[in-house]
Design a protein around this ligand. Structure first.
Ligand SMILES: [Zn+2]
Length: 144
């Protein structure tokens, strides 16, 4: 018996994006430790971002290196069945770009955090920390 709602079914068929992966949990705990408030898997936003910081209008996707074709060791396509994998992965990359631009059109800032940069991280990745800080009252101080 098929008890999935149409929405659940289509998200299963979309396939590779799983919720609550280990890299995602790691990022969440680092954000939490840094005092940021966030929400998870906002289905009302394009692409259902993994993590959303509403007060900063920032959406974060935590991407697996292999499935999303990161330019790193873990992101390399296998040498067998190359055509198959590269088609799958480039399809995901196209979807990633569409999701990001749909969000940006709605005024959201979109960050991508890669599995390899968060997996063993003990602090927020620099590009995330830089995006979330400085707070408004620090923003004009500059570095001289
Ligand atoms: Zn990577």
């Amino acid at each position: 018996m098929d008890r999935l709602t149409p929405q659940q079914r289509s998200s299963r068929m979309a396939g590779v994006r799983q919720k609550h992966t280990a890299p995602e949990l790691r990022l969440r705990s680092l954000l939490h430790a840094a005092g940021y408030r966030f929400r998870l898997h906002r289905g009302d936003l394009p692409g259902t971002p993994d993590i959303v910081l509403p007060s900063r209008r920032t959406a974060i996707f935590v991407n697996g290196c292999f499935w999303h074709g990161h330019d790193c060791r873990a992101g390399r396509a296998p040498t067998s069945n190359q055509a198959y994998w590269s088609e799958k992965i480039s399809g995901n990359q196209v979807r990633d770009r569409l999701k990001a631009s749909a969000l940006e059109n709605l005024g959201w800032r979109v960050l991508t955090v890669w599995e390899c940069e968060i997996k063993k991280a003990s602090a927020l990745p620099d590009h995330v920390a830089e995006c979330l800080t400085p707070l408004p009252w620090h923003s004009q101080s500059g570095q001289s």
